[in-house]
Design a protein around this ligand. Structure first.
Ligand SMILES: Cc1cc2nc3c(=O)[nH]c(=O)nc-3n(C[C@H](O)[C@H](O)[C@H](O)COP(=O)(O)OP(=O)(O)OC[C@H]3O[C@@H](n4cnc5c(N)ncnc54)[C@H](O)[C@@H]3O)c2cc1C
Length: 373
């Protein structure tokens, strides 16, 4: 029989990696099972924006704490992921966007986000690269970005240092409950643990189905594009009131353009198909916000899969009816807030009182689902 771990985490994105890291540092013997390499799905291909202006209101208290974690990454993660803390602007170009921005910024401010509404001239003082036509802007000093592609490398080192048994390139094919815990099935044999965390991103739904728990997870296919290097043309993170833009220039000169314009893909095939028409819309909007981007050429574009629950709030907490099993994911703007939410779940597993409430999934399940399992 294979060795039993205190905890097996399935899925090595930002959520799975952080739970595994914190649990191991808390004294548990942890195994992490990942189908590919760490953080090569959403957690490694995202836009890297660490912003409160795109975070759902209910998540603001979490995102604020997570932002502080990212800013302090060298201390708790121990490895650099290129975090830059800077100002962020959310722009309104139309009357409708002005209304939307005032409403959304107001709600987020009530929830604790330090967002001020400023006029076009003040916005241009914050971001001299802005184009014409801005009517109003949300200004937040707690903004910034990371280099998402470095996330897996950083966690690989941190998890290895913390003594986590890393099982990369090992796909879970099923999960069985057994005396004293769980057996995660893989082609190389089962991985056994007393406790289980499912952290499979958009693949949470099929993983939960292995346990007989019907948790619907929507799949978003987000497209991103990156420019070649150019002279410094902006110094802030730029968004738009509708949420359909995220823009920042990295210190080496490339600019990542994102904002949720959808490609085509699915859970089984991956985020493989870009939609030029939609990508062009995103790029045009980016050039409208920062006109100097018109001087640059696009170097690359790609898509990635983001998970969303029915109420767009996270699935983070115990799995009802299955003692010692937990789920962690489906966090909107999950790169920003993920590390803090995953840390809260690790606290629960370590029998420490989480500092803020989790997001249990009972609300998302049909009546009695999972409870009789
Ligand atoms: C294109 C894009 C841009 C985004 N931009 C931002 C942004 O700028 N800011 C922000 O805050 N958020 C952003 N997000 C959201 C953010 O990236 C995600 O919310 C977050 O990374 C999700 O992390 P996760 O750990 O839940 O999932 P994932 O990172 O998807 O990790 C799940 C892991 O499970 C593994 N897995 C799947 N099946 C199996 C199996 N059978 N066995 C073992 N392992 C398996 C996968 O390989 C994967 O590594 C963006 C998302 C996308 C896709």
């Amino acid at each position: 029989m294979s060795a039993r771990h205190d905890l097996v985490v399935v899925g090595g994105g930002i959520h799975g990696c952080t739970v595994a890291l914190m649990a191991a540092r808390g004294g548990l013997k942890v195994a992490l099972v990942e189908r590919g390499a760490l953080c090569r799905e959403a957690s490694g291909v995202n836009a890297g924006t660490l912003t409160l202006q795109m975070t759902r209101v209910a998540l603001i208290p979490y995102a604020l704490r997570a932002h502080a974690m990212w800013a302090d990454a060298p201390n708790w993660l121990g490895h650099d992921v290129g975090v830059v803390v800077c100002d962020g602007l959310s722009l309104a170009f139309t009357e409708r966007e002005e209304e939307l921005l005032s409403y959304r910024a107001g709600k987020r401010r009530e929830a604790g986000a330090p967002i001020e509404l400023i006029g076009a001239n003040a916005a241009r003082e914050v971001e001299p690269g802005l184009g014409d036509g801005v009517r109003l802007a949300g200004h937040c000093k707690v903004d910034g970005y990371a280099n998402a592609y470095l996330t897996g490398l950083a966690f690989h080192r941190a998890l290895t240092d913390a003594g986590v048994t890393l099982m990369e390139h090992r796909a879970a094919t099923g999960i069985e409950r057994e005396e004293g815990g769980f057996a995660v099935q893989t082609a190389q044999g089962p991985v056994r643990g007393k406790r289980l965390v499912i952290a499979g991103g958009v693949w949470i739904e099929p993983m939960m189905a292995w346990l007989g728990v019907p948790l619907p997870i929507k799949v978003l296919v987000n497209q991103l594009a990156v420019t070649e290097r150019q002279r410094p043309v902006m110094r802030t993170v730029i968004g738009i009131a509708s949420g359909l833009l995220s823009l920042k220039q990295y210190p080496h000169g490339t600019t990542v353009i994102g904002g949720g314009w959808q490609g085509v893909g699915d859970r089984e095939r991956g985020g493989v198909a870009l939609m030029p028409e939609r990508l062009i819309g995103n790029v045009r909007l980016a050039c409208h916000a920062i006109p100097a981007l018109k001087e640059a050429r696009l170097a690359r574009a790609w898509a990635g899969l983001e998970a969303e629950t029915a109420d767009a709030l996270p699935a983070v907490g115990p799995i009802p009816g299955i003692p010692d099993a937990y789920v962690c994911g489906s966090v909107h703007s999950g790169y920003t807030s993920g590390p803090y939410l995953a840390r809260l779940l690790a606290d629960l597993i370590l029998e420490r009182e989480p500092a803020l409430p989790l997001f249990p999934i009972d609300r998302l399940l049909p009546p009695q689902a999972g409870r009789a399992a």
